[in-house]
Design a protein around this ligand. Sequence first.
Ligand SMILES: Cc1cc2nc3c(=O)[nH]c(=O)nc-3n(C[C@H](O)[C@H](O)[C@H](O)COP(=O)(O)OP(=O)(O)OC[C@H]3O[C@@H](n4cnc5c(N)ncnc54)[C@H](O)[C@@H]3O)c2cc1C
Length: 448
Amino acid sequence: MSISHPRHVAVIGAGIVGLAVAERLVAEGHRVTVLAPDPPGSDRCASYGNGAFISPASVLPLSAPGLWRRVPAMLLDPAGPVSIRLRDLPRLAPWLLAFLRAGSRPDRVARIAQALRLLLHDAPARHAALSARAGAADLIRATGLLYAFRDRAAFEAERAGWRLRAECGVAWRACEGAELRALAPDLSPACRFAILVTGGAWCADPGGYLAALARFLGAAGAEVRCDRVEAIGISGGQLRGLSCAGGFLACDAAVIAAGIASAPLAAQAGDRVPLAAERGYHVEIADAPVSLAVPIMPQDGKMANVSIRGALRAAGQVEIAAPEAPPNWARAEVLLSHLERTYPVLSGRSHDLRRWMGCRPSLPDGKPVIGRASGCAAVIHAFGHGHVGLASAPATAEIVADLLAGRPPARDPAPFSPRRFRRFSARQKSDACPTQIRQLPGPRKDRP
Ligand SMILES: Cc1cc2nc3c(=O)[nH]c(=O)nc-3n(C[C@H](O)[C@H](O)[C@H](O)COP(=O)(O)OP(=O)(O)OC[C@H]3O[C@@H](n4cnc5c(N)ncnc54)[C@H](O)[C@@H]3O)c2cc1C
């Protein structure tokens, strides 16, 4: 179906993916309604609390050859960067097996990396342009990004991953000695080596960016509506509209960009996909005596350290668990003690702290689902961006706009097809691919 002349498109979700999609569609002349139960920029979505990295280097999936050997340790280690909530293990086991399989061989990892490259290679430039159109150019900073190691030997242990990144066109170089100290004066002297991803960028206020995009959309004629989509009305393969908590919305096309809540909607449109929550945490020190001109990802903790609105944020941890399970704030404490080790000036002080938990919407192969729904050509999927949703939102928006216009997409959407899970979903019971829309409990921060 082509809707190359302006039609009414409903975008379900006001995280970074939904808002980037809405912006593209408004620019192409569509009438757009964005629907989300919370105001854009609220802390109830993953796009609010993330690590703010817009990194072309984020092409490697979390799953890697040999990872299965570390699963017992993940189940037992409360302080490790990756953990699995024991109680959820039976329900999540099929997802976990598919996840381990996706990264079990170097050729599989390389294919995923090449696919993610399609979405990430120009992400900093795309965000610079998007933020400028939204009047928020100051929020995207193209300073490069530092990946810090204890020493060169620690880097050499991860050399294969960096070689693959280079094969994907990512520009990086070593940074040590006086240059590293100048870029990161507060970094512990125990970190003696870093990789500088020269083309990397970051967002100085992810929540503020969402709010700015929503304001821009409103001014450009889109409607951003506080409402919750409960069902997609499809009959005879035709989209009739959306059933929302606030009533029925007639529309000609719909884009599912509801983050972790997308799977039941996608199932209504004919695609059962194994979406799971890789829950992540952040801790922010509001009054930190450390301000990072260039964000840092210490490789021993696999967490993003970034200065957001005057606070020092550490965002990371992967907790594979049911999205609605209560947060385990011990994970935020792990981030805090890592921060204190990484920046010695922080230790021995009391901090004004904020803690947050959110759900990365993740498919087992680390790639999002972008493409037309199997059960209705007027419904487009744009969800499941896992660890790279901030960075890959503008490229996702371009693909969605191409599909809605009936143009051959400039970026090949084949690796992101919703149909790649058909065999997996056919084998699973409904638990792994929920069709019921569940309301997530909120707010998931430790204080107002
Ligand atoms: C700790 C952490 C660190 C991260 N670091 C990075 C990073 O450095 N760089 C990066 O690129 N990515 C990072 N990510 C991943 C990134 O944040 C996510 O991939 C991205 O935010 C997903 O965006 P989204 O719009 O798909 O989902 P969300 O931001 O979760 O938004 C979903 C939207 O859908 C709405 N919604 C839900 N249900 C319904 C419904 N029924 N009807 C209508 N609307 C609905 C929600 O209210 C919300 O508005 C990180 C994630 C975490 C948790």
